[in-house]
Design a protein. Structure first.
Length: 68
């Protein structure tokens, strides 16, 4: 194997190492996100979301009534 081929192989190996590090970091991030998602209580989320929606609808209704 000549010098040029060795350099190309080293470059490819370095790039693959970088890709492996990125994939590992993404796996850790995915695990963290999964644990955070599992810790959330979905029912609480929807209850709070419905409260916000109701509050916004009431504000729009009061505003429309005051404009007429």
């Amino acid at each position: 194997m000549n010098l040029e081929q060795k350099e190309k192989l080293e470059t490819i190996t370095a790039n693959l190492d970088s890709i492996i590090e990125i994939l590992f970091a993404l796996q850790l991030l995915d695990l963290h996100c999964q644990s955070e998602l599992n810790a959330l209580k979905v029912s609480d989320f929807f209850r709070n979301a419905n409260r916000i929606i109701d509050r916004n609808q009431k504000k729009r209704t009061y505003k429309a009534m005051s404009l007429s």
